[in-house]
Design a protein around this ligand. Structure first.
Ligand code: C5P
Length: 307
């Protein structure tokens, strides 16, 4: 076991630049082409040894600036970070019980993969704490077992996910993009949004990577990227939460280069021309009554790192 008493890992949120959703598969999932982009909203996950608990068992605590979001974090064994510790413990001989503390800045149940990011961070933090030395490829496999969005925060930057979104290939990106995220009151269930998608689109075509989006990223061109942002889940998220349409309209009217629901929502993402433009867009969005808050961030950023 590592001599360190605790290990902290910083992990980024993601926004989906393209989320193309195919027909429902037999296993309860959908085939995806999912372009993940890591942005500078970070959770910090700290794990420390709890010698009084069996190996892999976790007790959790959470804090963060937004009390309403922190209140939605499950603190029992259903939390994906607790499941990550339990899964890794089955593969690492020096595993112990752990206390997992989540310092939350990523919106909870917001379509920015905060729970998945915490699970990815817990894998890295526990492996470091326990001195597991688990190879990165193995951590990526364990991450995929935990959830479709868990492998990406291990890599960060920008990547395209295929299969159910867990098979990743990095995408080349030039420069930095500036974003605003409009947070909503209350979360949306990913499973409920996919079910609404099936109701609205029973005849979905096979998903494909948009070559124009890939070209815009490689060129570092925010105007082209803004025009290419696309999310097949957006009509389903809007159907379950119509007020999001007004949030998207406010951002577009304030000059966003692109406006899209992030993942399964309800967070909305807006692409800006510059950091200054992002600050102005955030101001405009904060005036919209459907928007609980607006935060700025940039991407791409690296994946989970030990602090
Ligand atoms: O993989 P994860 O547990 O994060 O997925 C949560 C839910 O989202 C799944 O139970 C499923 O309903 C839906 N989903 C899907 N197709 C995917 C990924 C997720 O239908 N590719």
């Amino acid at each position: 076991m590592n001599a360190t008493a605790s290990v902290t890992v910083r992990v980024p949120a993601k926004v989906n630049l393209q989320l193309a959703v195919g027909p429902a598969r037999g296993d309860g999932y959908h085939g995806l082409v999912n372009v993940f982009h890591a942005v500078s909203l970070f959770d910090e996950v700290t794990v420390s040894v709890r010698g009084d608990l069996p190996p892999g068992q976790a007790v959790l605590s959470a804090d963060g600036e937004r009390a309403d979001h922190v209140a939605r974090v499950p603190l029992d064994g259903s939390n994906l970070a607790a499941r990550a510790a339990a899964l890794l413990a089955r593969h690492v001989p020096g595993a112990t019980g752990v206390h997992i503390h989540l310092a939350k800045a990523i919106p909870v149940a917001g379509g920015m993969a905060g729970g998945s990011a915490d699970a990815a961070a817990a894998l890295v933090a526990c492996d470091t704490l326990w001195g597991g030395g688990t190879p990165r490829e193995r951590l990526l496999e364990l991450a995929a077992d935990l959830g479709s969005d868990v492998p990406f925060p291990l890599l960060g930057h920008t990547a395209v996910g295929t299969g159910r979104g867990e098979r990743l290939a990095p995408l080349p990106v030039r420069g930095t993009f500036h974003w605003v995220f409009a947070l909503a009151e209350g979360g949306l269930s990913t499973a409920a949004v996919f079910a609404e998608y099936d109701r609205l689109r029973p005849d979905a075509p096979e998903p494909r990577l948009d070559p124009e989006l890939a070209a815009a990223l490689a060129a570092g061109d925010p105007r082209r990227l803004g025009a290419a942002l696309a999310n097949d889940l957006q009509p389903a998220a809007l159907s379950l939460r119509p007020a999001l349409g007004e949030v998207l309209d406010v951002g577009r009217a304030a000059g966003a280069l692109g406006a899209v629901v992030s993942g399964s929502g309800p967070t909305c993402a807006f692409l800006a021309e510059s950091a200054e433009h992002a600050r102005a867009l955030a101001e405009a969005l904060r005036d919209c009554k459907e928007c609980a808050d607006a935060v700025t961030a940039h991407g791409p950023v690296p994946g989970a790192v030990v602090r």
